[in-house]
Design a protein around this ligand. Structure first.
Ligand SMILES: N[C@@H](CCC(=O)N[C@@H](CS)C(=O)NCC(=O)O)C(=O)O
Length: 216
């Protein structure tokens, strides 16, 4: 098998796993955790010196290619293992490519930290360790990027396109939805963005997303 994806699905490794499953690309899943220093061993630091999952290794005739950073992993899978035929999640035109790039970078710079604070302090952490005031502040800041996303989706609908980059689900949607999903514990906040909420549900209802979630 040429493609290896390191990282349990309950982590940012969900992004490359989801991308590979969308495309039906065969891959080996090394379901390693990120807990208890598992990503800080000399062996793992040799493949990702940052000490994080996910990591993707693509064994190719020209040599092995290592990709880390979850968005880069998902974009790489779509670009290198997808067909740019306007049917798959792979960007098929310069515009689709631009949308995939800008929304992925936007997600990590404008959305991810506050979305993670909501997830952790509203739901994921043990209740006695949660700090609701951190979630409150994150929710308040999230109103800006969520409004940007809502406006873009409404403009897309006005053009007859149901997704971020096109009138089909692409890797742009996958990258943004994988992080926007962390805001779901803030149900009242999300409800203020109807186009976003409807789009997010459609993305998360995809069979490949359910398959990724069900993996180790
Ligand atoms: N920006 C990186 C962040 C990766 C990251 O923080 N991964 C977490 C799991 S979701 C991790 O490996 N944590 C373990 C550690 O940092 O020791 C990405 O998107 O890939």
């Amino acid at each position: 098998m040429t493609l290896k994806i390191y990282g349990i699905s309950a982590s940012r490794a969900a992004r490359p796993l989801w991308a590979a499953l969308e495309l039906g690309v065969p891959f080996e899943h090394i379901a390693m955790t990120y807990k208890a220093g598992a990503t800080r061993t000399p062996e793992f630091l040799a493949i990702n010196p940052n000490g994080h999952i996910p990591v993707l290794i693509d064994e190719r005739a020209e040599g092995a290619i290592t990709v880390w950073e979850s968005m880069a992993c998902a974009l790489y899978i779509a670009r290198v293992h997808g067909k740019a035929d306007g049917q798959t999640i792979a960007p098929a035109t310069p515009r689709e490519e631009a949308e995939a790039l800008r929304w992925s970078f936007w997600t990590v710079s404008e959305l991810e930290a506050d979305a993670l604070a909501v997830l952790m302090h509203r739901m994921a952490m043990p209740e006695d360790q949660r700090k609701p005031e951190l979630a409150d502040k994150a929710e308040s800041r999230l109103k800006v990027p969520l409004a940007v996303l809502e406006k873009h989706l409404q403009a897309q609908h006005a053009k007859g396109e149901a997704y971020l980059a096109a009138n089909r689900f692409t890797v742009a949607d996958l990258c943004v939805a994988s992080v926007a999903s962390w805001v779901r514990p803030a149900a009242a906040l999300l409800a203020q963005y109807p186009a976003l909420s409807a789009w997010l549900k459609v993305c998360l209802d995809r069979p490949a997303q359910a398959q990724a979630r069900a993996m180790k």
